[in-house]
Design a protein around this ligand. Structure first.
Ligand code: NAP
Length: 308
């Protein structure tokens, strides 16, 4: 076997797992398809990770990457295509080679969910975005739409409000889902107009976004709003297609209390795992526990539980 543990994903869960795995002297690889540090690196501001009262996503990503690298895991930039069981462990097939490992920790996170409306795919990168910190500066002093009522929509909306002229917050209900502190800050902004009980039915524009068509789900009334950009924050989809373990109806991996999946030797941690809440600090904790459990399994000190 090439490794004792292969960690799929280099966000807070995966990098935390790698710190614990390397400190246990496990031969460890972290395989990441995009950015080491994870999707949180695109967040404007993190305020709820204990020990960091206020840190940008970029700085946080850099800090956790540097911390993980101190213990010298193999950091492999590749996309995992398949995890399969083989004699004595697993084969992890990527777009640039296949690796073998005695255990696998799936910490592959989740990708932004799409609206799936006409214009979204065609205008993606030309006004349609899922990353305010990446694309927000292009729309300085313009009117933009933010879709969604969760933590992502509001925290990234707060960032955008400092750049743009006006934000239309389009939400399918008339109550926000985001944590209260974000709701208080967002509703206090001077340049926000709420478009309640409404869904986007079309994103308009030829070369660039020029507007959104929204439909009030209560009255059926349709209305066009002129905007230069649409920031979509309507939740996320777990990235777990490459592994056959028990999952919930949405594709999140179900584990036991030790982060072990229905397949002994495959663990899951972070945003790809079925859990009550997705937070970076929870992901880091789950990653640590998954690595400790993997170590105990390798030492034959962990008895797989049947409730996963
Ligand atoms: P989320 O919490 O799932 O919220 C998604 C929002 O989009 C909800 O308001 C939902 O409406 C709406 N929505 C879902 N599907 C839709 C559709 N097809 N059309 C229109 N609206 C739709 O997702 P998130 O905000 O991306 O957050 C993901 C996870 O990361 C959460 O667990 C969140 O707590 C966490 N997170 C935390 C922080 C933080 O701690 N500051 C920051 C970012 C993310 P309903 O409310 O009606 O369901």
């Amino acid at each position: 076997m090439d490794y004792d543990v292969i960690i799929v994903g280099g966000g807070p869960a995966g990098l935390s797992a790698s710190v614990y795995a390397r400190r246990a002297n496990l031969r460890t690889a972290v395989i990441e398809k995009l950015t080491f540090g994870g999707i949180i690196t695109t967040t404007d501001l993190i305020e709820n990770y204990l020990g960091f009262p206020a840190i940008s996503g970029a700085d946080f990503g850099k800090a956790i990457q540097e911390h993980a690298m101190k213990y010298e895991p193999d950091m492999i930039q590749a996309e995992v295509k398949r995890v399969s069981q083989i004699e004595g462990g697993f084969s992890v097939e990527t777009d640039s080679g296949t690796y073998t490992s005695k255990t696998v920790i799936v910490a592959s996170g989740a990708a932004p969910r799409k609206l799936n409306v006409p214009g979204e795919a065609e205008l993606f990168g030309r006004g349609v975005s899922t990353c305010a910190t990446c694309d927000g500066p292009f729309f300085a002093k313009k009117d933009v739409a933010v879709v969604g009522g969760g933590d992502s929509a509001l925290s990234e909306g707060i960032y955008l409000s400092r750049l743009v002229n006006k934000i239309y917050l389009i939400h399918r209900r008339d109550q926000l889902r985001a944590e209260p502190i974000l709701q208080q800050r967002f509703t206090g902004l001077p340049n926000v107009e709420f478009v309640w009980n409404s869904v986007v039915t079309r994103i308009e524009g030829e070369k660039r976004v020029t507007g959104v068509l929204v439909k009030n789900v209560k009255t059926g009334e349709e209305r066009k709003i002129d905007v230069s950009a649409v920031f979509v924050y309507v939740g996320e989809v777990p990235q777990t297609d490459f592994v056959d373990v028990k999952k919930d109806d949405h594709g999140y991996i179900i584990t036991d209390e030790n982060m072990q999946s229905s397949v002994p030797g495959i663990f899951a941690a972070g945003d790809c795992r079925h859990s009550l809440s997705k937070q970076a600090i929870i992901s880091a904790g789950e990653g640590a526990l998954a690595a400790i459990a993997a170590q105990m399994l390798l030492e034959k000190r962990l008895i797989p539980q049947q409730n996963a």
